[in-house]
Design a protein around this ligand. Sequence first.
Ligand code: HEM
Length: 224
Amino acid sequence: MSTSEWKPPGKGDLRSPCPALNILANHGYLPHDGKNLSAAQITEALNKHLNVSRGFANFMARMAVYLVGSKGVCSLEDFGKHNVIEHDASLTRQDASLGNNIKVDPSLVDDLLSHAVDGRITIDTLAKFRNIRYEDSLERNKDCCFGMKQRKTAYGESALLLSVLGQATNQEVDVETAKVILKEERLPDGWQKGSGQVTFCDVWKLQSKIEKRSDEMKNEKKDS
Ligand code: HEM
Protein backbone atom coordinates (compact mmCIF):
# COMPACT_ATOMS: atom_id res chain seq x y z
CA MET A 1 0.00 0.00 0.00
CA SER A 2 1.35 3.44 -0.85
CA THR A 3 1.82 5.41 2.34
CA SER A 4 -0.43 8.35 1.54
CA GLU A 5 -3.38 6.06 0.83
CA TRP A 6 -6.03 5.89 3.55
CA LYS A 7 -7.62 2.55 4.24
CA PRO A 8 -9.77 1.74 7.30
CA PRO A 9 -8.80 -1.30 9.38
CA GLY A 10 -9.86 -4.63 7.86
CA LYS A 11 -10.44 -8.06 9.37
CA GLY A 12 -7.67 -8.92 11.82
CA ASP A 13 -6.17 -5.39 11.87
CA LEU A 14 -5.71 -4.00 15.36
CA ARG A 15 -6.36 -0.43 16.45
CA SER A 16 -5.85 1.65 19.60
CA PRO A 17 -7.85 4.11 21.71
CA CYS A 18 -5.61 6.89 20.29
CA PRO A 19 -6.93 8.68 17.21
CA ALA A 20 -3.43 9.80 16.16
CA LEU A 21 -1.86 6.33 16.22
CA ASN A 22 -4.88 4.94 14.33
CA ILE A 23 -4.56 7.68 11.71
CA LEU A 24 -0.91 6.75 11.19
CA ALA A 25 -1.84 3.07 10.71
CA ASN A 26 -4.83 3.85 8.47
CA HIS A 27 -2.53 5.85 6.16
CA GLY A 28 0.12 3.13 6.22
CA TYR A 29 2.63 5.31 8.08
CA LEU A 30 2.59 2.59 10.76
CA PRO A 31 1.97 -1.07 9.81
CA HIS A 32 -1.65 -1.26 8.66
CA ASP A 33 -2.30 -4.41 10.69
CA GLY A 34 -1.33 -2.53 13.87
CA LYS A 35 0.97 -5.34 15.02
CA ASN A 36 4.62 -5.59 16.09
CA LEU A 37 5.28 -1.88 16.49
CA SER A 38 8.61 -0.72 17.86
CA ALA A 39 9.29 2.61 19.56
CA ALA A 40 11.55 3.52 16.62
CA GLN A 41 8.72 3.02 14.11
CA ILE A 42 6.30 5.09 16.18
CA THR A 43 8.89 7.85 16.65
CA GLU A 44 9.59 8.00 12.93
CA ALA A 45 5.89 8.15 12.01
CA LEU A 46 5.07 10.85 14.59
CA ASN A 47 8.04 12.93 13.51
CA LYS A 48 7.73 12.57 9.77
CA HIS A 49 3.96 12.63 9.32
CA LEU A 50 2.59 14.59 12.29
CA ASN A 51 5.57 16.92 12.74
CA VAL A 52 6.15 16.06 16.40
CA SER A 53 9.74 16.91 17.37
CA ARG A 54 11.97 13.84 17.28
CA GLY A 55 12.89 14.19 20.98
CA PHE A 56 9.28 14.39 22.14
CA ALA A 57 8.12 11.63 19.78
CA ASN A 58 10.93 9.39 20.97
CA PHE A 59 10.09 10.07 24.62
CA MET A 60 6.39 9.22 24.17
CA ALA A 61 7.02 6.17 22.01
CA ARG A 62 9.68 4.61 24.25
CA MET A 63 7.69 5.19 27.40
CA ALA A 64 4.53 3.77 25.79
CA VAL A 65 6.10 0.62 24.34
CA TYR A 66 7.83 0.00 27.66
CA LEU A 67 4.52 0.33 29.53
CA VAL A 68 2.22 -1.76 27.31
CA GLY A 69 4.50 -3.92 25.20
CA SER A 70 6.70 -6.93 25.55
CA LYS A 71 10.24 -7.56 24.22
CA GLY A 72 10.43 -4.09 22.66
CA VAL A 73 7.27 -4.30 20.57
CA CYS A 74 3.54 -3.84 21.05
CA SER A 75 0.33 -3.81 19.05
CA LEU A 76 -2.03 -0.88 18.75
CA GLU A 77 -4.57 -2.86 20.75
CA ASP A 78 -2.10 -3.09 23.65
CA PHE A 79 -2.62 0.65 24.16
CA GLY A 80 -6.14 -0.20 25.28
CA LYS A 81 -4.90 -1.94 28.47
CA HIS A 82 -7.07 -0.27 31.05
CA ASN A 83 -5.41 2.18 33.43
CA VAL A 84 -1.94 1.75 31.98
CA ILE A 85 -2.21 4.73 29.62
CA GLU A 86 -5.87 4.24 28.66
CA HIS A 87 -8.28 5.70 31.19
CA ASP A 88 -11.92 6.45 32.01
CA ALA A 89 -13.76 9.62 30.97
CA SER A 90 -12.21 9.68 27.47
CA LEU A 91 -13.50 12.26 25.04
CA THR A 92 -14.44 9.82 22.28
CA ARG A 93 -14.46 6.33 23.81
CA GLN A 94 -16.66 4.66 26.40
CA ASP A 95 -15.23 3.70 29.79
CA ALA A 96 -13.84 0.16 29.82
CA SER A 97 -16.51 -1.09 32.20
CA LEU A 98 -19.35 0.55 30.24
CA GLY A 99 -18.52 -0.42 26.67
CA ASN A 100 -15.79 -0.39 24.04
CA ASN A 101 -12.80 1.63 25.32
CA ILE A 102 -10.81 1.25 22.07
CA LYS A 103 -13.19 2.01 19.24
CA VAL A 104 -14.49 5.53 18.70
CA ASP A 105 -18.09 6.18 19.74
CA PRO A 106 -19.42 8.52 17.01
CA SER A 107 -22.13 9.91 19.30
CA LEU A 108 -19.44 11.12 21.73
CA VAL A 109 -17.66 12.85 18.84
CA ASP A 110 -20.96 14.56 17.87
CA ASP A 111 -21.37 15.65 21.45
CA LEU A 112 -17.83 17.05 21.55
CA LEU A 113 -18.31 18.88 18.24
CA SER A 114 -21.56 20.41 19.51
CA HIS A 115 -19.42 22.40 21.97
CA ALA A 116 -17.40 24.04 19.18
CA VAL A 117 -16.86 27.79 19.52
CA ASP A 118 -17.56 29.64 16.25
CA GLY A 119 -17.19 26.37 14.32
CA ARG A 120 -13.88 25.48 15.92
CA ILE A 121 -12.61 23.09 18.56
CA THR A 122 -10.77 25.35 20.97
CA ILE A 123 -9.28 25.37 24.46
CA ASP A 124 -12.75 26.22 25.81
CA THR A 125 -14.39 23.35 23.91
CA LEU A 126 -11.99 20.81 25.36
CA ALA A 127 -12.00 22.33 28.85
CA LYS A 128 -15.78 22.11 28.96
CA PHE A 129 -16.08 18.66 27.40
CA ARG A 130 -13.44 17.22 29.75
CA ASN A 131 -15.61 18.31 32.69
CA ILE A 132 -18.70 16.83 31.05
CA ARG A 133 -17.03 13.49 30.39
CA TYR A 134 -15.69 13.31 33.95
CA GLU A 135 -19.09 14.06 35.46
CA ASP A 136 -20.70 11.49 33.17
CA SER A 137 -18.23 8.82 34.27
CA LEU A 138 -18.75 9.60 37.93
CA GLU A 139 -22.47 9.28 37.45
CA ARG A 140 -22.66 6.16 35.28
CA ASN A 141 -19.53 4.17 36.05
CA LYS A 142 -19.36 2.73 39.54
CA ASP A 143 -15.77 1.65 38.80
CA CYS A 144 -14.74 5.13 37.56
CA CYS A 145 -11.06 5.67 38.20
CA PHE A 146 -9.86 9.19 37.41
CA GLY A 147 -7.11 10.27 39.80
CA MET A 148 -4.20 12.62 39.22
CA LYS A 149 -2.42 10.27 36.77
CA GLN A 150 -5.49 9.84 34.58
CA ARG A 151 -6.33 13.54 34.79
CA LYS A 152 -2.86 14.67 33.67
CA THR A 153 -2.88 12.11 30.85
CA ALA A 154 -6.32 13.21 29.69
CA TYR A 155 -5.39 16.92 29.61
CA GLY A 156 -2.17 16.00 27.82
CA GLU A 157 -4.20 14.27 25.10
CA SER A 158 -6.46 17.30 24.70
CA ALA A 159 -3.35 19.47 24.35
CA LEU A 160 -1.91 17.04 21.77
CA LEU A 161 -5.14 17.25 19.79
CA LEU A 162 -4.93 21.03 19.46
CA SER A 163 -1.16 21.41 19.18
CA VAL A 164 -0.51 18.54 16.76
CA LEU A 165 -3.65 18.44 14.66
CA GLY A 166 -4.24 22.20 14.82
CA GLN A 167 -0.60 23.12 14.36
CA ALA A 168 -1.12 25.16 11.19
CA THR A 169 -4.37 26.75 12.38
CA ASN A 170 -3.28 28.43 15.57
CA GLN A 171 -4.05 25.52 17.88
CA GLU A 172 -7.68 25.29 16.89
CA VAL A 173 -9.32 22.67 14.71
CA ASP A 174 -12.38 23.43 12.61
CA VAL A 175 -15.38 21.16 13.07
CA GLU A 176 -15.22 19.52 9.63
CA THR A 177 -11.52 18.68 10.09
CA ALA A 178 -12.12 17.35 13.60
CA LYS A 179 -14.98 15.18 12.33
CA VAL A 180 -12.75 13.51 9.73
CA ILE A 181 -9.87 13.10 12.18
CA LEU A 182 -11.94 11.71 15.04
CA LYS A 183 -14.66 9.73 13.26
CA GLU A 184 -12.83 8.37 10.21
CA GLU A 185 -9.36 8.50 11.77
CA ARG A 186 -8.03 10.03 8.58
CA LEU A 187 -5.90 13.09 7.86
CA PRO A 188 -8.24 15.31 5.84
CA ASP A 189 -7.18 16.47 2.36
CA GLY A 190 -5.30 19.70 2.73
CA TRP A 191 -4.32 19.10 6.37
CA GLN A 192 -1.10 20.99 6.90
CA LYS A 193 1.86 20.83 9.22
CA GLY A 194 2.88 24.01 11.03
CA SER A 195 6.14 25.82 10.33
CA GLY A 196 7.92 24.45 13.41
CA GLN A 197 7.80 21.03 15.02
CA VAL A 198 5.58 20.37 18.05
CA THR A 199 7.66 20.04 21.22
CA PHE A 200 7.05 18.77 24.75
CA CYS A 201 7.08 22.38 25.92
CA ASP A 202 4.29 23.39 23.50
CA VAL A 203 2.07 20.58 24.71
CA TRP A 204 2.88 21.15 28.38
CA LYS A 205 1.95 24.85 28.19
CA LEU A 206 -1.29 24.12 26.37
CA GLN A 207 -2.20 21.32 28.76
CA SER A 208 -1.92 23.71 31.72
CA LYS A 209 -4.13 26.25 29.94
CA ILE A 210 -6.88 23.70 29.21
CA GLU A 211 -6.76 22.33 32.75
CA LYS A 212 -6.96 25.83 34.24
CA ARG A 213 -9.92 26.71 32.03
CA SER A 214 -11.71 23.49 33.07
CA ASP A 215 -11.31 24.46 36.73
CA GLU A 216 -12.55 28.00 36.06
CA MET A 217 -15.61 26.63 34.28
CA LYS A 218 -16.33 24.28 37.18
CA ASN A 219 -16.13 27.18 39.64
CA GLU A 220 -18.31 29.42 37.44
CA LYS A 221 -20.93 26.65 37.42
CA LYS A 222 -20.79 26.32 41.22
CA ASP A 223 -21.18 30.10 41.69
CA SER A 224 -24.11 30.49 39.29
C1 HEM B 1 3.66 7.49 21.31
C2 HEM B 1 2.70 8.35 21.14
C3 HEM B 1 1.29 8.16 21.64
C4 HEM B 1 0.75 7.16 22.39
C5 HEM B 1 1.41 5.91 22.92
C6 HEM B 1 -0.65 7.48 22.59
C7 HEM B 1 -1.52 6.69 23.30
C8 HEM B 1 -2.81 7.05 23.61
C9 HEM B 1 -3.73 6.27 24.41
C10 HEM B 1 -3.42 4.94 25.06
C11 HEM B 1 -4.89 6.96 24.48
C12 HEM B 1 -6.16 6.55 25.19
C13 HEM B 1 -6.45 7.36 26.37
C14 HEM B 1 -7.90 7.28 26.76
O1 HEM B 1 -8.27 6.33 27.44
O2 HEM B 1 -8.67 8.15 26.35
C15 HEM B 1 -4.72 8.16 23.71
C16 HEM B 1 -5.69 9.10 23.55
C17 HEM B 1 -5.54 10.21 22.77
N1 HEM B 1 -4.46 10.53 22.00
FE1 HEM B 1 -2.73 9.53 21.87
N2 HEM B 1 -0.93 8.65 21.97
C18 HEM B 1 0.23 9.10 21.37
C19 HEM B 1 0.39 10.23 20.62
C20 HEM B 1 -0.62 11.09 20.30
C21 HEM B 1 -0.47 12.24 19.44
C22 HEM B 1 0.79 12.69 18.73
C23 HEM B 1 -1.67 12.82 19.39
C24 HEM B 1 -1.98 14.03 18.58
C25 HEM B 1 -3.09 14.31 18.03
C26 HEM B 1 -2.59 12.07 20.23
C27 HEM B 1 -3.91 12.36 20.47
C28 HEM B 1 -4.73 11.70 21.36
C29 HEM B 1 -6.06 12.16 21.74
C30 HEM B 1 -6.76 13.42 21.28
C31 HEM B 1 -6.56 11.22 22.64
C32 HEM B 1 -7.87 11.29 23.41
C33 HEM B 1 -8.93 10.43 22.82
C34 HEM B 1 -10.15 10.42 23.71
O3 HEM B 1 -10.13 10.92 24.84
O4 HEM B 1 -11.17 9.86 23.28
N3 HEM B 1 -1.91 11.01 20.75
N4 HEM B 1 -3.46 8.18 23.19
